[in-house]
Design a protein around this ligand. Structure first.
Ligand code: NAD
Length: 305
């Protein structure tokens, strides 16, 4: 009863459509429901639609049905091909959304896909911002994500109250695609950091040091990081349940190495880590969490995987 009262006391809240209810999209959309927004969702898995309905949202039968009455359409799908699949074509968002609707694409995709989407949407009277996130599944659940935005200032301002229900650090980085460029840099830093942690873990274990004690003290000094805080237990327990899948990080290393080459930036260490991520995937570990970079270092070191 109290949530109905809260809804009726805030009639001006935008109606939200959410496309893509995966590891990130499910908890994020639930945070919007908790904040009092109405959310109509669509995704490919029935169990995720059931989860949304159970949390108080509405499950739609198609993208068209989800977006037709929405003021703001949030998308959170794996990569550029999926963003293009949900945006374009007769069943897609651009053909079925209201004029004046705002698309907030939170997927991590190539900057060029975001630029093209904004341009194509504008021709239909629909606005877009790119708003990829960092902080992982835990950050999504706890609503403490970092959100890096590209697009127009007015659209950022309009989306900000919604984004504040999902994250803590929310920054407009520049024009369309800028959020994706910053996210690509984020993925470079995270992958290199995980790789360094994984190498340290194998080195410490082979040296016979108490790993738990070592990681605790390391995390209190300059070597400490959010990566180490969030992934320490994955390393200690060899628990590689995702989280953030190697398949997705492989996609992101492709985005960052390609974007860097386009602007003439050299990423020597990033290129090596991109190869290690690709190798993990080729060995069948693509569905594991990215902390499974530890398995690659173990294989290289002749340690038990
Ligand atoms: P996921 O694979 O768990 O979820 C993706 C969802 O998209 C699925 O539920 C799927 O049904 C839906 N989808 C795909 N194609 C669709 C279509 N045509 N129509 C409707 N729904 C469709 O992925 P995730 O881990 O939630 O990641 C989503 C995005 O967020 C990715 O771009 C990823 O790189 C980024 N990201 C993930 C994390 C993380 O820790 N998992 C962290 C930051 C950013």
């Amino acid at each position: 009863m109290s949530s109905n009262l809260a809804d009726s006391s805030q009639p001006t809240r935008p109606a939200i459509a959410w496309i893509g209810l995966g590891i990130m999209g499910s908890p994020m959309s639930e945070n919007l429901l908790k904040a009092g927004y109405s959310v109509t969702g669509f995704t490919l898995e029935q169990d995720k639609l059931d989860r949304l309905a159970k949390a108080g949202g509405s499950a739609a039968g198609s993208i068209a049905e989800a977006v037709k009455d929405a003021d703001v359409i949030i998308t959170m799908v794996p990569a550029s091909p999926q963003v293009e699949a949900i945006a374009y074509g007769p069943e897609g968002i651009l053909e079925n959304a209201k004029q004046g609707a705002l698309i907030v694409d939170m997927s991590s995709i190539t900057p060029q896909t975001s630029v093209d989407l904004a341009k194509n949407a504008k021709e239909k009277g629909i606005r877009v911002i790119d708003a990829p996130v960092s902080g992982g599944e835990a950050g999504a659940i706890e609503a403490v994500l970092s959100i890096m935005v590209g697009g127009e200032q007015a659209d950022f301002d309009e989306a900000l109250p919604i984004l504040e229900a999902l994250g803590k650090t929310i920054v407009l980085c520049g024009p369309h695609g800028s959020g994706q460029t910053v996210k690509a840099a984020n993925q470079l830093i995270v992958a290199v950091n995980i790789q360094a942690c994984a190498e340290a873990v194998v080195f410490l274990e082979k040296s016979g040091v108490d790993l738990q004690a070592a990681l605790d003290v390391l995390n209190g000094g300059l070597a400490g990081s959010t990566v180490l805080t969030r992934k320490k237990d994955n390393f200690l327990n060899r628990d590689f349940k995702p989280g953030f899948r190697i398949d997705l990080h492989h996609k992101d290393m492709g985005i960052v190495t390609d974007a860097a080459r386009n602007v003439g930036a050299a990423l020597p260490v990033g290129a090596v880590v991109a190869q290690l991520v690709a190798s993990l995937r080729a060995q069948g570990d693509g569905g594991l969490d990215h902390s499974a970079l530890l398995r690659a270092v173990e294989r290289l070191s002749g340690a038990q995987v």
